[in-house]
Design a protein around this ligand. Structure first.
Ligand code: FAD
Length: 602
C-alpha cells in the first residue's frame, strides 16, 4: 500500500549516528548523555553558579533592580559572570574562552535561567550575538571581537527582525550599499525587537547588498561607528528586566572587513546560528522549569487549607507529579541533545568551518525538537500550574525570585523567539525529508518494516519496565512512520517540481505540524527511557511511568488524525487499524503513582 513511496531516494552514506534517526524503531535504546554523568568539573560549575545566583541574582533586592530595568546592575552581573569565565564557556581558549563544550554550557545556561530577564540578556549575548562570529568569522574578526565579548567588555546584540520580516527572515529590507570603491558599506533600515539593543556595543546586522534578494548578508557593526539610533524600550509582558528596542540604521559606515562570511550568506548564517540558539533556549526552559517546580513544592508544603497542607491533597500531588515527570523529560532530552552536539563537534577541527557547520546542522531536527517541547511544557504546563498551586498569591507580581506570576509571564516568549514553534515544526519535517532524499535516513525501509510489524502476530508482553515501554515506543514510531508514509505517498508523488513540493508543504501545514508533534513526543519519551536505562532507580522509574502514561495517551490520536486528513476509504481504514494494533499501552494507577512521586521529592 505504501510501496509508492520512492520519494527521490538516494543511497545511504554511512553508519554514523544520524540526526533524525531516533524516529526509526530498532528495538534498542540509544546510549545517551545524561545529567547524572556530569564530571566533577561540571558539578563544580553547577555548584559555583548556584551560589552565584543565590547571592547575586535571586535576592529580593537584586530582583527589584533587574526587573526595574537597572541595566547598570544587569551589566555588573554580566561582567561578574564574565570574570568567572561564564561568557566564554564554549569559546576556544585562544579567544579568551574556557572551551568546555556543550554539556558544560548547558549546565551554565540552565542555572542562569532561574532568573528569566538575566537569562535573556545572557543568552542573546553568548548565543545569537556571539555564535555568528564564532562560526562564520575570519581569524581576524574572531581575534578582534570574541575576547571583548567573552570578557564582558562589550555586550552583543543580534539584529535580524524587521516590521515586515519576522518568521520570513528572507524578506528584510535593510540595505547595505557599497561605497568608496567597495571598501565600506552604508547600512540603512530599521530593525525591531532587538534584545540587548539598549546597551549593546556590537550588533550582528542582517542587510541586503543594494537591496538584492540574492545578497542577503551579515555585518559586525560597532555602535562606535555612529549612525545607530536606539529606540525606546518596549513594554513587554515578561522578561521585563531585559532590553528590547527597535534600532534605526542611519547610513552606518561599516568597513568591508566587517562583513561576516560571503555576500549572500545571510540566511545560511541566520539558520545555523538559530539551530544552536534554539538548543540554548531549550536549556533555559529547563532551568525555568526546575525553578517553578521548587517554588510550587515549597508553597504546597507551607500552605494549609481545610486543615491540610496543599501537598497532601491528591489533586495537587497529581500536578506536582506531572511537573516532576516533565522536568525529567526535559532534562533527559536536553542533555541527550547536548551530548549529540558535543560529540559531533569533537569529531571536527574547529577551524574547519564547513565541517563545523555540518556537525551542528546534523542535529537541527533535535535542536528544534527540544526547543518546541521545552518551551511549551514550561509555559503551558509547568509555569501555569505553578501559578495555580500558588492560588491567588500566584497571580501577584512581586520582586521575589519565586514569584509564580513572573515565571509564567517570562515563559511565554520562548515559544515565539529563535523561530516560532510553528515554524520550527514545519522546518523539522523539511529537514527530515531532505535527509531522506539525500539517502542519509532509511525512512522508506522503516515504513515498509512498520507495515510488516503491524500485520505480524503480537509478541509476548514484556515484564521488565524499560523493555515494555521501549516496545510501546517502537509502536508509536511505527505508527508515525505509517501515517507519514501515507501522507507522502498521497501528496508527494515522485514527479513533482521543487515549486510544487513547496506549495504542498505550505498547503498541508496542519498534517506536518501533527507529524512534527509526534516526532517530538517520540524523541522526548525515548530520551527519558534511555536516561532511565542508563541509571536504573525506582524514583526515576516512577517519573518515566507517569510520563509515558501521559505522553502515550496524548500522542495516540496524532497518527490517526493525520490519516483522516490525508487518506480515505479502505486505505484510511486499513492503516488506522494497523495503528491500533501498534499503539497499545496499559493505564497506570495515577493516584498511587502521584503520591509516590511527590513523596520522593527532596
Ligand atoms: C522579546 C523579544 C525579543 C526578541 N529578540 C530578538 C532579537 O534579539 N533579534 C531579532 O532579530 N529578533 C528578535 N525578536 C523577534 C522574534 O524573533 C520574532 O518576533 C519572531 O521570529 C516572530 O516573528 P514575528 O513577530 O514577525 O511574527 P510572524 O512571523 O508574523 O508570526 C506570527 C504568527 O504566524 C505564524 N507563522 C508565521 N509564518 C508561518 C509559517 N510559514 N507557517 C506557519 N506559521 C507561521 C507564527 O508561528 C506566529 O504564530 C524578539 C522578539 C521578542 C518579542
Amino acid at each position: 500500500m505504501i510501496d509508492g513511496v520512492k520519494w527521490h531516494l538516494k543511497k545511504k552514506k554511512d553508519d554514523m549516528v544520524k540526526g533524525g534517526e531516533f524516529v526509526i524503531p530498532n528495538g534498542n535504546l540509544p546510549d545517551i548523555s545524561t545529567v547524572k554523568e556530569l564530571s566533577e568539573e561540571q558539578l563544580l560549575v553547577q555548584k559555583d553558579l548556584r551560589n552565584f545566583m543565590k547571592e547575586k541574582v535571586l535576592s529580593d533586592e537584586a530582583i527589584r533592580r533587574i526587573e526595574s530595568k537597572d541595566f547598570g546592575y544587569s551589566m555588573q552581573l554580566m561582567r561578574e559572570l564574565a570574570s568567572l569565565g561564564y561568557l566564554g564557556v564554549e569559546i576556544p581558549e585562544q579567544y579568551g574562552g574556557l572551551d568546555l563544550g556543550k554539556i558544560t554550557s548547558t549546565v551554565v545556561a540552565e542555572n542562569i535561567a532561574r532568573q528569566g530577564s538575566l537569562a535573556c540578556t545572557f543568552l542573546a549575548h553568548t548565543g545569537i550575538a556571539t555564535y555568528p562570529i564564532l562560526l562564520f568569522g575570519t581569524e581576524k574578526q574572531k581575534k578582534k571581537y570574541l575576547p571583548k565579548l567573552v570578557s564582558g567588555e562589550w555586550m552583543g546584540a543580534y539584529a535580524l527582525t524587521e516590521a515586515g520580516a519576522g518568521s520570513d527572515a528572507a524578506a528584510i529590507k535593510a540595505k547595505a550599499v557599497p561605497i568608496e570603491g567597495g571598501n565600506y558599506y552604508l547600512l540603512s533600515g530599521e530593525k525591531i525587537f532587538i534584545t540587548n539593543g539598549g546597551f549593546a556595543d556590537v550588533f550582528i546586522v542582517f542587510a541586503k547588498i543594494n537591496g538584492d534578494d540574492n545578497l542577503h548578508s551579515v555585518f559586525i557593526v560597532e555602535k562606535s561607528f555612529g549612525g545607530i539610533e536606539i529606540g525606546k524600550e518596549e513594554h513587554k509582558m515578561g522578561i521585563v528586566g531585559s532590553s528590547t528596542v527597535p534600532i534605526k540604521l542611519n547610513d552606518v559606515k561599516v568597513p568591508k572587513e566587517n562583513m561576516l562570511g560571503k555576500p549572500g550568506n545571510g540566511l545560511k548564517i541566520a539558520l545555523n546560528v538559530l539551530n544552536l540558539g534554539r538548543f540554548k533556549l531549550a536549556t533555559a526552559s529547563l532551568g525555568g522549569a526546575r525553578a517553578c517546580l521548587e517554588s510550587a513544592l515549597t508553597h504546597a508544603r507551607q500552605r494549609k487549607q481545610f486543615g491540610k497542607y496543599l501537598v497532601e491533597m491528591p489533586v495537587i500531588k497529581g500536578k506536582l507529579a506531572m511537573m516532576t515527570a516533565y522536568v525529567y523529560a526535559m532534562e533527559s532530552a536536553v542533555y541527550r541533545t547536548a551530548g549529540l552536539l558535543e560529540n559531533s563537534l569533537k569529531e571536527v577541527d574547529s577551524n574547519d568551518q564547513k565541517a563545523t557547520l555540518k556537525a551542528i546542522g546534523e542535529f537541527a531536527i533535535e535542536c528544534s525538537t527540544v526547543k518546541v517541547f521545552c518551551s511549551e511544557v514550561l509555559d503551558m504546563i509547568i509555569a501555569d500550574e505553578t501559578v495555580q498551586i500558588n492560588g491567588g498569591s500566584g497571580y501577584i507580581i512581586e520582586n521575589k525570585a519565586t514569584c509564580a506570576a513572573r515565571y509564567l509571564l517570562n515563559a511565554r516568549i520562548n515559544r515565539l523567539f529563535e523561530g516560532t514553534n510553528e515554524v520550527n515544526g514545519q522546518l523539522m519535517f523539511v529537514q527530515l525529508m531532505t535527509k531522506t532524499m539525500r539517502g542519509e535516513l532509511p525512512l522508506i525501509k522503516a515504513i515498509q518494516k512498520a507495515q510488516a510489524d503491524a500485520m505480524s502476530e503480537p509478541t509476548e508482553s514484556e515484564t521488565d519496565l524499560v523493555k515494555k515501554l521501549s516496545k510501546s515506543l517502537d509502536g508509536v514510531k511505527s505508527s508515525v512512520l505509517l501515517s507519514g508514509g501515507v501522507f507522502i505517498k498521497n501528496y508527494f508523488p515522485p514527479n513533482l517540481s521543487p515549486e510544487e513540493i513547496k506549495q504542498r508543504i505550505f498547503d498541508h501545514q496542519i498534517i506536518i505540524d501533527h507529524l512534527s508533534r509526534s516526532l517530538i513526543s517520540v524523541y522526548v519519551m525515548e530520551s527519558a527511557l534511555a536516561s532511565l536505562n542508563k541509571n536504573r532507580n525506582e524514583r526515576d522509574e516512577r517519573k518515566v511511568r507517569w510520563l509515558f502514561h501521559q505522553m502515550l495517551n496524548d500522542v495516540e490520536r496524532l497518527p490517526k488524525e493525520i490519516l483522516a486528513m490525508c487518506s480515505q476509504g479502505d486505505e484510511c481504514r486499513t492503516v488506522t487499524a494497523m495503528i491500533r494494533r501498534l499503539m497499545k499501552f496499559e493505564f497506570e494507577n495515577k493516584e498511587e503513582l502521584a503520591s509516590q512521586i511527590v513523596q520522593d521529592l527532596p
